[in-house]
Design a protein around this ligand. Structure first.
Ligand SMILES: Nc1ncnc2c1ncn2[C@@H]1O[C@H](COP(=O)(O)OP(=O)(O)OP(=O)(O)O)[C@@H](O)[C@H]1O
Ligand SMILES: [Mg+2]
Length: 259
């Protein structure tokens, strides 16, 4: 089992787009995939057709009650891929747990019980480095950072790396940033190329060779209720996420030998 948090405290960098489409491509390769929606916006859940306004149980219950993952999981249109959904209720969790002892370990405690049923557990983090993201980082071994290559945002990246370091020292010795994903790449602009080169220079082999290009089909995809490989199989978006999934899977052996 590989556990991966898709994290970047900056909003709108393609965390959710990458979680859905990477997850779907891995599932279509025959892997068993669990997606965990950790964002109160519930974008991942609505993308996969879940009515987030009428959820009986969700990640909110996982954080605040003695509820098992099996009780909240939903199926998706991809056979091997399940989702643990969220909605706006999750926004209250940080405040309710603010002074609770062991609050950083709740997700790990619950998710560890089911994680080994899957080949990949992908966690779609909210755009913040608050309690929910810390819970994700306490559970996973790997962090993937989607970056929007349209803007130079290395400062934010430094803050994220520092947070990962603190969590590694205090809560999770296995934690490592293993992948940086260049997203929303617009090859017509010098800026996208410049940002990609800078990231590559700074983070070297951590940066995936696959670049996710800006693609209208990807932007339309959430309302279709499907991942890009089903919505627009011939699009550059589908090609890019398939290529990313291949690269991720190729690194499986490396990650096995590392841990
Ligand atoms: N390669 C792409 N081409 C075109 N549009 C894209 C691409 N990737 C993402 N988008 C669009 O960019 C917007 C932000 O993407 P997404 O919601 O995945 O980001 P996010 O990091 O999850 O955002 P948030 O921080 O709000 O959770 C969405 O409207 C999405 O459709
Ligand atoms: Mg998102």
């Amino acid at each position: 089992m590989r556990s991966i948090a898709l994290t970047n405290q900056k909003g709108g960098v393609a965390k959710t787009t990458t979680t859905v489409n990477l997850g779907a491509c891995l599932a279509q390769m025959g892997k068993k995939v669990l997606l965990v929606d950790l964002d109160p916006q519930g974008n991942l859940s609505s993308w996969l057709g879940i009515d987030i306004h009428n959820l009986e149980r969700s990640m909110y219950n996982i954080f605040l009650e003695e509820v098992y993952f099996e009780e909240i999981l939903a199926k998706t249109c991809i056979e091997n891929m399940a989702i643990a959904p969220s909605n706006i209720a999750l926004a209250g969790v940080e405040r309710i747990l603010a002074h609770e002892k062991g609050r950083d370990l709740i997700l790990k405690k619950r998710l560890s019980l089911v994680a080994d049923n899957y080949d990949y557990v992908l966690l779609d983090c909210p755009p913040s480095l608050g309690l929910i993201t810390i819970n994700a980082l306490t559970f996973v071994k790997e962090v993937f950072v989607p970056l929007e290559t349209k803007v130079l945002a290395l400062n934010g990246l430094v803050t994220l790396m520092n947070t990962v370091q603190v969590v590694r020292e205090r809560l999770n010795h296995n934690l490592e940033v293993t992948g940086i994903i260049a997203c929303r790449f617009d090859g017509r602009t010098n800026l996208s190329n410049e940002v990609y080169n800078q990231i590559k220079e700074r983070f070297k082999e951590k940066v995936f060779n696959t670049i996710i290009r800006e693609n209208t089909r990807l932007a339309e995809c959430p309302v279709s209720g499907k991942p890009i490989t089903l919505y627009a199989p011939d699009s550059t978006g589908a090609a890019d996420y398939t290529s990313l999934a291949n690269e991720v899977a190729e690194r499986e052996t490396n990650s096995k030998t590392r841990h």
